[in-house]
Design a protein around this ligand. Sequence first.
Ligand code: NI
Ligand code: MN
Length: 227
Amino acid sequence: MKITFLGHASLLIELNNKKILFDPFISGNPLSTNIDINNLIVDYIFVTHGHEDHLLDVEKISNNSTKPLLVSNFEIVTWFEKKNILGHPMNHGGKHLFDFGTAKYVNAIHSSVLPDGSYGGNPGGFVIYDESKSIYIAGDTALTKDMELIPKTCPQLDIAVLPIGDNFTMGYEDALIASEFIDCNKIMGYHYDTFPPIKIDKQKAVEFFKKNGKELILLDIGESILV
Ligand code: NI
Ligand code: MN
């Protein structure tokens, strides 16, 4: 599994020869100027919730050559269907086998209005797994005890991507507790530094995890890791 950080909460995951994009917000991110969305030819676009900083570039990237399948909650998929974007709706607790592996839509404590004020359903996160790899992408969320259900219902996680920017989501201190709830010592942080209220001291966050025997990975925008 290859994970590329595209800034803010945007990720590209490559698994079983499929390209899965999460929460594309690139053209509106002043920190992501090194990423050209015209080069993002993907098979799937996953959207965790309705906020603009998670779906701004869905339409543009969908209109690239491959016509990717949008995967999100029922309300977001229905909203994008009106823009002629083909989607696969899910809801909390449900999993589905796609051609790259399984995706499960799990709970997030947040909000989810769409950019035009439409109801965006309930916010969520995704666990993506196949026979050999498992990753949790939390989306925007507070720390919640529901995270304890993930290791009980999904394969052992290899890595989890958690928000650490605070203010709108949990901060890195709560993300450390989340890593205990989900039984995963390898955490990639996201949703930080993009806007003034979520600017963090990255060194401090990394050291905080290290001190507590866990790993916090903070990638540069455009940087990839293999898991
Ligand atoms: Ni949000
Ligand atoms: Mn957000």
